[in-house]
Design a protein around this ligand. Structure first.
Ligand SMILES: [Zn+2]
Length: 346
């Protein structure tokens, strides 16, 4: 049985949370024990270490949700979605792949965690690295509720008026880019929350956002980030988010604040509907949104190619993609600022 560490999870305030967590713990543990009996090759020491790791995961799990609530990212509006996502996890599994570099994987409602992972981050203790890795996977589970809507939305954008031709002319003609663009938003938000929670655990402030020029995916291109992973995603997502009216991010919002506002939306079951409503029916706005999203998709493709998944994209191609992206972002942020000024003046 898993007993929550925080008294915070009362039935009145957060009905079913501790029950769901305990159920997941029990079904995951049962599956582990069944598997270990079948395998026979695990020593009792292996099993003891696995179980310690397993318990550590659940402690981090609980801390993740407590932190998101305290940070205001999980709130009344999206708590039910978060709880449903938690109940939808089939099992937490410990795996021990030969590739020691894979820390954790979320697939088909199952989270597999690698008890032999040796990931290091300069200046960060091992327990905090685990918290970051686990938190990242838990974030993906929450977003899983809108992933099916994402494909329909991507198709809708692709078929809208001249969008297909426009994307072709910009060398972005791939419907998958639009879907990947949405998943890049998810990736950045999930990582931002994971970092936020981890630094909370450490009792330290996150590092300041700093300029970077030696990023693997965007070599020689000056970007800004304070992420420990996926630094190439942070600035583009912040810029994109500033163009979304429903987030109401003024020109001077910090990266943290913009991503927090986006996270609150991304953790809602109806995130895709909200995005759809946000861009409305204005053709120019839909066109801009589609191009920006496709650019994000291409950057995601470039990032995954660097990790060995898919074909590499040349630096020149990425540069031209970023140039288009920045042009559209700049014009949209100006429009938003103008609108906000009018609101203030009204
Ligand atoms: Zn991820």
């Amino acid at each position: 049985m898993y007993t929550c560490r925080y008294n915070f999870w009362t039935e009145e305030m957060f009905p079913n949370f501790s029950i769901s967590l305990d159920k997941l713990y029990t079904r995951s543990l049962n599956e582990y024990i069944d598997g270990a009996v079948d395998e026979c090759d695990k020593t009792s020491e292996d099993m003891r270490n696995d179980l310690l790791y397993f318990n550590e995961f659940f402690r981090d799990f609980e801390f993740y949700y407590v932190s998101l609530i305290k940070l205001g990212i999980v709130n009344k509006k999206n708590f039910n979605n978060v709880l449903e996502a938690l109940s939808s996890i089939k099992v937490i599994r410990i795996f021990d792949p030969k590739d020691k570099n894979v820390e954790a994987v979320t697939y088909n409602g199952e989270i597999s965690i690698n008890s032999k992972s040796k990931k290091k981050i300069h200046g960060m203790e091992d327990f905090a690295i685990n918290q970051m890795i686990f938190s990242h996977e838990l974030g993906h589970i929450i977003c899983g509720s809108w992933e099916e809507d994402a494909w329909d939305f991507a198709c809708k954008l692709y078929k809208f008026k001249d969008n297909k031709k426009i994307l072709k002319d910009l060398n972005l003609n791939n419907r998958k880019y639009l879907l990947d663009g949405l998943f890049l938003l998810e990736e950045a938000v999930v990582q931002d929350c994971a970092e936020e929670v981890t630094y909370r655990l450490l009792g330290r402030k996150r590092e300041k956002v700093k300029p970077i020029v030696d990023n693997d995916v965007l070599p020689g291109i000056r970007i800004h980030s304070n992420f420990n992973f996926y630094e190439e995603f942070q600035e583009v997502v912040v810029k994109f988010a500033k163009c979304l009216d429903f987030l109401n991010c003024k020109g001077d919002d910090s990266f943290d604040l913009v991503l927090k506002k986006l996270a609150i939306k991304v953790f809602c079951r109806d995130f895709i509907n909200q995005l759809d409503e946000c861009i409305g029916v204005d053709s120019d706005k839909i066109e801009d949104f589609t191009i920006m999203l496709a650019c994000l998709g291409k950057i995601k493709e470039a990032s995954y190619a660097k990790m060995g998944f898919g074909k590499e994209i040349s630096t020149k191609e990425i540069e031209s993609c970023l140039e288009i992206f920045n042009l559209i972002v700049d014009s949209n942020i100006c429009v938003n600022l103008e609108r906000n000024k009018q609101k203030v003046n009204a």
